[in-house]
Design a protein around this ligand. Structure first.
Ligand code: ATP
Ligand code: MG
Length: 454
């Protein structure tokens, strides 16, 4: 980029690179085009500026250094209703599937997909696919309407049931075709997004008029590009209750230790946010920052100092932390779950046992109380809080607008506070690790005084 260093005002913006998403018109000749029926919906009051045009874009990054940025700025299509739609609502057969683990807000997304398809676009054939991807070929689908789903946002879990594994591309695409679905809404985590890419490619290959979209679900907030995933804020809120309980237990004992394991296999966002918002955590252990137990600068030394000074400590450990420290048997090394993910060893009980052994070894005879809390299933199972409920609604509506407009192979997500359509293969490979070099991790270090374990 050219710049005049003597005149800061002379910086010019780098060019913009638009991350385009696929459209059914690329593979379907003479694709139908109709005016958007939202005009007639009592919920929306369109004006000329209401509809989003294909030239409306969002920048992925809003902070950059003009003196060093030379690569093009990535931009995505803005989400929202288009003035023209590519599906006749009377012929739409929409399928909704939930895959992977539970996350607060799953039922809200399903509910809002059903209600908005029905109320905004007049779609009447909406189906729930049961028990994850295998439901496309091994179970009956359930017909959904606003009356059935009206209170689903108040329930945790997924009323469609979910599962891992069962990914058989031929059978899934065959099931989609056989059941006559032409819109497929996949709600799930990273694995589900990778599966959606394969289904999308196969549908493209077969030149079918089927639009497929992903709505990323990850309670751990481990998906990149988007601001956050739905359910994350609820998860932090419930995690905080566990952290406060651990604090009460620790404070009420002599040499009391409260140990809380929080979700986060690859990323420590929940642990980090719970630590920062609770103000009672002495040590936060996350997968992105290796730690060790023994010796100078290790966890035991730090805990001993804190116990001497404060009489109690609270430790938060993310489930993916310390995996390199936990001894693995040969069979555990090879073990995978049904979806092919590496099985994580349970860091909570392991750390609890190591702490008890350490105390007995080095401080035998001195009082010591360790209380371990694992709130994982409580966190996953609660309904979404108000903020997440709203977020789920906007994600569901954005997905429907994109699909009705004929886009396919995309994900709806919030980027810098606005909603965008992102190619699903980009989301499937985008990670969101905690940046241990940035100010938030420095902030964790300052509120906990924990060692850096370097
Ligand atoms: P969670 O956040 O709970 O991990 P997830 O979507 O990552 O959610 P998985 O169990 O890994 O959960 O995957 C969900 C579904 O996607 C499963 O049916 C699985 O078989 C399928 N899947 C996962 N990874 C792939 C892949 N690489 N290719 C095809 N299908 C996949
Ligand atoms: Mg996953």
């Amino acid at each position: 980029m050219d710049s005049d260093s003597s005149n800061p005002a002379a910086f010019s913006l780098p060019s913009i690179s638009l991350q385009t998403i696929s459209h059914l018109s690329e593979s379907i000749p003479n694709l139908l085009q109709l005016p958007n029926p939202i005009d007639k919906s009592p919920y929306y009051h369109p004006n000329p500026a209401f509809y989003i045009s294909s030239s409306d874009v969002l920048l992925r990054q809003i902070l950059f250094d003009l003196s060093t940025s030379s690569s093009p700025l990535l931009a995505y299509h803005r989400a929202g209703p288009r003035s023209q739609i590519r599906f006749d609502p009377a012929t739409v057969r929409a399928a909704i599937v939930t895959c992977g683990g539970l996350c607060p807000g799953l039922n809200t997304v399903i509910r809002e997909l059903v209600v908005a398809l029905w109320d905004l676009y007049g779609v009447r054939q909406i189906f729930g696919v049961q028990a994850g991807f295998r439901g496309f070929y091994s179970c009956e689908t359930v017909e959904l309407n606003p009356r059935i789903v009206h209170d689903w946002h108040l329930r945790g879990g997924t009323s469609l049931a979910t599962s891992r594994g069962g990914f058989d591309l031929d059978k899934i695409v065959g099931g989609i075709e056989e059941k006559g679905f032409n819109q497929v809404y996949c709600i799930g985590g990273d694995g589900t997004m990778r599966a959606a890419v394969k289904i999308f490619n196969e549908i493209q290959h077969r030149k079918l008029k089927i639009s497929i979209t992903g709505i990323p679900k990850t309670v751990d907030n481990d998906i990149g590009i988007i601001d956050r995933s739905f359910g994350f804020q609820t998860a932090v809120e419930i995690a905080l209750q566990a952290v406060h309980a651990a604090h009460v237990e620790a404070e009420s004992a002599v040499n009391g230790v409260g140990l809380v394991k929080l979700m986060g296999r690859n990323t420590g966002h929940i642990a980090l946010h719970a630590t920062l918002s609770s103000r009672v955590v002495d040590c936060c252990l996350i997968p992105e920052n290796d730690f060790y137990l023994e010796g100078e600068g290790g966890l035991f030394e730090f805990l001993h100092q804190r116990l001497k000074k404060n009489g109690h400590v609270v430790i938060v450990v993310a489930e993916g932390a310390g995996q390199n420290l936990i001894p693995r048997t040969e069979s555990q090394k090879a073990e995978q779950d049904e979806s092919g993910n590496q099985v994580f060893l349970d860091v909570g009980p392991w750390l609890k046992s190591e702490l008890n052994k350490w105390w007995k070894r080095d401080h035998d005879g001195e009082l010591f109380t360790l209380k371990y809390i694992d709130p994982t299933y409580m966190i996953r199972a609660v309904p979404a809080n108000a903020t997440d409920n709203l977020y789920c609604t906007l994600l569901a509506h954005s997905s429907i607008h994109g699909v009705m407009a004929g886009y396919t192979g995309f994900v709806s997500g919030q980027i810098n506070g606005n909603y965008a359509y992102i190619p699903v293969e980009e989301v499937a490979s985008a990670k969101n690790p905690v940046d241990t070099k940035d100010h938030r991790w420095a902030w964790v270090r300052s509120v906990t005084n924990q060692p850096d374990f370097n």
